[in-house]
Design a protein around this ligand. Structure first.
Ligand SMILES: *[C@@H]1O[C@H](CO)[C@@H](O)[C@H](O)[C@H]1NC(C)=O
Ligand SMILES: *[C@@H]1O[C@H](CO)[C@@H](O)[C@H](O)[C@H]1NC(C)=O
Ligand SMILES: *[C@@H]1O[C@H](CO)[C@@H](O)[C@H](O)[C@H]1NC(C)=O
Ligand SMILES: *[C@@H]1O[C@H](CO)[C@@H](O)[C@H](O)[C@H]1NC(C)=O
Ligand SMILES: *[C@@H]1O[C@H](CO)[C@@H](O)[C@H](O)[C@H]1NC(C)=O
Length: 434
């Protein structure tokens, strides 16, 4: 009996790989028969059945046969019949890789087509069930190579991110990413209050509120009271020291019909004011949301304004630059080479009072008289009138004229408009020269 020996089989197999096996198997006919074959009456028994194939692909199958010999002298073992082992036979079986794989001799393995794997390419790649998704449905049940699944979101849901179709790849992974279904019928519950417009969004809505409302759901009343008939500033000119001014009381209301309370700094809409500025203020408060709005305006009570005073030729008009709303007090100054005509006096004040009229007739006189005429015929009265009221030329160096003006003002009957040096100071004197 021949015992199957694995090393031998492998030896045979490898010889086959290099193309020798054909020769080997072909020569197994009678070449190994020993000289004593006849003498020992050796006789082959029929081949037994082939063994199972050793591998699924490119395996070996073997079969065996035994030899019968007659036990003459020197005839008691297999070697008396055969010089080498012809009791076994081997052949390649399953000489294909499955599923269109190709055998690669150098690696002694099958190279499989996409989607197949395993030594013999018998196995089909599978990606497994990719699972369902929330708020959507998956269709397709072929999870093997090239199988496809598709996803659809349920009603009121939109797919955001991920892929609606995924394919099982030869890596055993599904292509793309699992999709996400997000709720989009967010306005379905009509969440916006007070007439706000709802805009659907991904998992959340947005309210566009009507004026006066705010908040996520337009739930907050942010409407302040609305003022109507709010007066503008009021200018009143009067010759009297006190005058009665009447104004329109503003009205406040709330479009949402919540209560509004109004606080005013004057409890009437009519009041006696002296000359000056008076702020009138109405503040409305809506208790419901503590919002306020106000109407404020100023009442300006002034003496009547006077006509614009001229600037004397070759001279300057010098006036107070402060409290001008309440009176103007002006003098004429002449440039050094000119003086006033004989019948005019530098000491004359031109005053605009409450009546709106200049006291002393205007216009101011021009410095129309060249000064040499006086030099030639000195006149004590004229010289006196000139003292301190001269300047070199226009434009003027204000400081000297201004201090001369203030000196004159303080010693005049109008000294009350120069009560202190805060406003009555040289910088505030207004000098305009011609
Ligand atoms: C959801 O998808 C529909 C159809 O494509 C689209 O009209 C709608 O604007 C989407 N909704 C959101 C919130 O993106
Ligand atoms: C605004 O004042 C005018 C004149 O006094 C008056 O006719 C009108 O009704 C007032 N409007 C409101 C809204 O109070
Ligand atoms: C009146 O209001 C103005 C600003 O609106 C302010 O500058 C001024 O001081 C106020 N006058 C009085 C007398 O309150
Ligand atoms: C004033 O007159 C004198 C003499 O005529 C002259 O020299 C001087 O330049 C004049 N001054 C001015 C400011 O015109
Ligand atoms: C002063 O001069 C101007 C310009 O020459 C002239 O229009 C005006 O009438 C003169 N004023 C007086 C009071 O003479």
């Amino acid at each position: 009996m021949f015992d199957y020996q694995k090393p031998l089989i492998q030896f045979v197999w490898h010889l086959c790989l290099v193309g020798v096996c054909l020769l080997l198997w072909c020569s197994s006919g009678n070449a190994g028969i020993a000289d004593t074959w006849k003498h020992c009456e050796c006789e082959w028994q029929p081949w037994e059945a082939w063994s199972e194939c050793s591998e699924e692909c490119y395996g070996i199958k073997i079969r065996e046969r035994s030899v019968q010999l007659t036990q003459y002298d020197g005839c008691d073992e297999f070697t008396d019949c055969a010089t080498n082992d012809m009791g076994s036979d081997a052949a390649i079986c399953n000489s294909v890789c499955f599923n269109a794989g190709t055998y690669m001799s150098s690696l002694d393995t099958c190279h499989c087509v996409s989607g197949r794997y395993g030594r013999c390419c018998r196995n089909l790649v599978t990606c497994g069930d990719p699972g369902g998704i929330s708020n959507g449905r998956k269709s397709g049940s072929n999870f093997e190579f090239n199988g496809q699944v598709t996803y659809r979101c349920d009603q009121h849901h939109n797919m955001t991110g991920g892929d609606s179709k995924r394919v099982c790849q030869d890596t055993g992974m599904w292509s793309g990413l699992e999709p996400t279904c997000v709720f989009v019928n967010t306005c379905g519950s009509a969440p916006c209050q007070h007439g706000g417009e709802c805009i659907d969004g991904l998992n959340e809505y947005t309210c566009v509120c009507l004026p006066g409302w705010s908040g996520k759901d337009c739930q907050n009343d942010v409407q302040p009271p609305i003022a109507s008939n709010c007066s503008g500033d009021i200018h009143v000119f009067t010759g009297e020291t006190v005058t009665t001014v009447t104004w329109i009381v503003p009205e406040f209301h709330d479009p949402m019909d919540k209560g509004v309370t109004v606080v005013a700094n004057y409890d009437q809409s009519q009041y006696e004011f002296p000359w000056g500025d008076f702020n009138i203020s109405y503040v409305a408060t809506k208790a419901h949301n503590a919002m306020t709005s106000e109407c404020t305006f100023t009442i300006k009570v002034r003496p009547h304004p006077c006509e614009e005073l001229n600037i004397p030729k070759n001279g300057a008009r010098v006036c107070n630059g402060w409290m001008t709303d309440f009176g103007q007090y002006c003098l004429v100054f002449c440039s050094s080479n000119f003086t006033l005509p004989r019948n005019y006096d530098f000491r004359q004040w031109y005053v605009c009072g409450a009546s709106g009229h200049w006291i002393a007739p205007i216009p101011m006189p021009n410095c129309s008289v060249p000064v040499y005429s006086f030099m030639e015929t000195p006149d004590s009265q004229t010289t006196e009138k000139d003292v301190g009221l001269k300047f070199e030329a226009c434009p003027v160096d204000n400081a000297d004229i201004a201090s001369a003006y203030i000196e004159k003002l303080q010693s005049s009957e109008f000294s009350t408009i120069c009560p202190n040096s805060d406003s009555c100071k040289t910088e505030n004197v207004k000098v305009d020269c011609y």
